[in-house]
Design a protein around this ligand. Structure first.
Ligand SMILES: N[C@@H](CCC(=O)N[C@@H](CS)C(=O)NCC(=O)O)C(=O)O
Length: 157
């Protein structure tokens, strides 16, 4: 179904789609259009965080998650520390945003929150030192209260 042999991959009535953020966009547009802002600037602002998650946030998270949780390769303490510092900086950016608005999508929960929440779950669960990010932590606690957030309660694996 996915030439890359990776998850997530969905089959929606014969329509096969992979790439997590494309899946979020598709599922929201078909089944929950209220999660995507209609205003072009609000939508671009939200989608910017989805692109940033893929291009900037995931690499340092995975540089910690893969060796420490998935046990892939031999942990390199210096590389993990470099990634940790990058994560602290990246999550400070999110904390700043969430000091000014309730959700990564804007005033209401939406597509950008669906995409950032699983990465925040990893970051807040990794066995590394973090810097307090009160707005991020309050936002994440709110996400955990939402229906369908049970997957975020699972331990990292
Ligand atoms: N850019 C892809 C990355 C997909 C990816 O790397 N998936 C990982 C899990 S997060 C995977 O399938 N790894 C192999 C495995 O878990 O068996 C996306 O966002 O969907």
């Amino acid at each position: 179904m996915n030439p890359n042999g990776l998850v997530p991959t969905i089959d929606d009535g014969g329509f096969v789609l992979w790439e997590s953020n494309s899946i979020i966009r598709y599922v929201c547009s078909k089944y929950a259009p209220h999660l995507s802002p209609a205003d072009p600037q609000a939508r671009a602002g939200a989608e910017r965080w989805m692109d940033w998650q893929l291009t900037t946030l995931l690499d340092p998270i995975n540089a910690i998650f893969r060796p420490l949780v998935r046990k892939m390769g031999t942990p390199d303490a210096a590389a993990i520390e470099t990634a940790r510092v990058q994560c602290v900086q990246h999550f400070a950016i999110l904390d700043n945003v969430l000091a000014r608005q309730s959700f990564m999508t804007g005033a209401t929960f939406g597509i950008a929150d669906c995409c950032i929440a699983p990465v925040a779950h990893r970051w807040l669960s990794l066995p590394v030192e973090r810097v307090a990010a009160p707005h991020l932590e309050a936002w994440y606690a709110g996400v955990l209260e939402r229906p369908c957030s049970a997957v975020l309660e699972l331990p990292l694996s």
